[in-house]
Design a protein. Sequence first.
Length: 187
Amino acid sequence: MRIIFFFLILFSLKAQSQQLDVIRFNDVEVADIENYNVYLIDNDDFDSLLNVGNSEYKLVYTYAAWCKPCVETLPKVLDLVTRNKSKIDFYLITAQDENNTSEFNRIRYRLKEAGYEGPIFNISNKHSKRFKKKYISFVENISKEIKDYGLSLILFFAKDNNLLISSTYLKDEKYYLDQIQQVLDSK
């Protein structure tokens, strides 16, 4: 039975890998962004991405399929986004090696399990292929004030791209999600 289950998962991931495209963000029109695709971004692209949405707020969540806090927190983040979908544009950011399609398929599988079927924005290998180096560089370019962060980072921006809330590992995600909900409820 385990062997059959293993082959079903392997076949499912193989089928998904054929549907997944990895695309450079600056090679597409923003209006053409589709679900199920992975878009490679750098900091300039991230700024452009934040300027796309029409919602009052933007919520960015950093994710890795191997990160336990990411996997546990994502459903809570998605719940907040779903409850406030008219007020929030949501962007999911990863930092995988852009040439590792098997890892993107693993991420897509985990995201689908959590109920997310939107686009994935992956930090490009422009400055480094090493996960930690490019992730830290990317986050620090967003804001020099962000400290004590890791993966499962929640960034909450106003429409003018002013960073309102950024999470740290010093408090649990509930604290930050409650803060975000308070801001959303005040409008």
